[in-house]
Design a binder for this molecule. Sequence first.
Ligand SMILES: Nc1nc2c(ncn2[C@@H]2O[C@H](COP(=O)(O)OP(=O)(O)OP(=O)(O)O)[C@@H](O)[C@H]2O)c(=O)[nH]1
Ligand SMILES: [Mg+2]
Length: 314
Amino acid sequence: MTELDELIERVARGERHAVARALRIVDDHPEVGRTLAYRLHDHRRGAEVIGLTGNPGAGKSTVADCLITLLRKAGKKVAVLAVDPSSPFSGGAILGDRIRMSQHSSDDGVFIRSLATRGALGGLSSATFDSVRVLDAAGFDVVLVETVGVGQDEVDIARLAETTIVVLVPGMGDDVQAIKAGLLEIADVFLINKADREGVPALEKSLRQMQSLAPEHGSWEPPIVRAVALRGEGLEELLKVVTLHQEHARSPSGRDRAVSRANDMFDRLLDAALVERGRGRLAKPLVLARQRLRAAGADPYAEVLALLEAPELS
Ligand SMILES: Nc1nc2c(ncn2[C@@H]2O[C@H](COP(=O)(O)OP(=O)(O)OP(=O)(O)O)[C@@H](O)[C@H]2O)c(=O)[nH]1
Ligand SMILES: [Mg+2]
């Protein structure tokens, strides 16, 4: 058994040290991490991936903390990936997150990890995607991904998460400006946090106005939930709504998103793999792979792997 095989076995058994080591590899040595991610194919378990995005200080970590508590009560194992902004604040944010969530640090069913790497073009790094795969294989039922909603991050979080929660805060002045148009496209749920502050009705009103002007969001209208995460208020409601969204996302009418996520992952993996190996005669196997991806549950990692091993390739 190679060292990597052994690590994979131990990750799949949910051994904490192995999970930590695998995540470190993914973050520090992305190429090895990618190999690891491919080889976790047989250990996929279908964790719920929930994205938390919003401006710095909106309360994402506080919300994550509350969600951990609720999900643990429901008997679920929870992992949190905090993706640090590439801003000078990141050091402080990591420390803050660690301290806030430290009450869970002795709980074996909770795993919290900050990721340092950023994508080459901004946005989430492929290490973030691969890390989710590691945590899924390790048996975490829910993976929360916290990211500051800047630029490409917003788009990427919707590509990674089954459910994206956009955290907003009232009283930020010009609400319509604070709610960037892009957020409407990615939000499955709006959370108005710090609802103990003034300006909640105004924010909710502008949100609803923007929603009514926005093009159809398919069969799911993103609900608006209010919370005071600092006091743990409104989080049960948030979780209820997230569960509803998960059900929707896994139903036939919500399946499009999952398929486009799989396709997107496929493109990312394929691009990376082709850069490494050079382009070959990919047309036919590529078409077949895309057909398979149209079925729910197809694994983009496995498809790219199959493609690279296709006999048509010289
Ligand atoms: N008044 C009030 N303050 C809150 C609430 N939730 C969080 N806060 C405070 O807001 C500050 C930022 O909270 P965080 O959870 O660190 O926010 P964040 O979005 O994770 O911040 P970054 O990771 O730095 O982007 C902290 O001081 C929290 O105590 C709330 O519901 N009401
Ligand atoms: Mg935070």
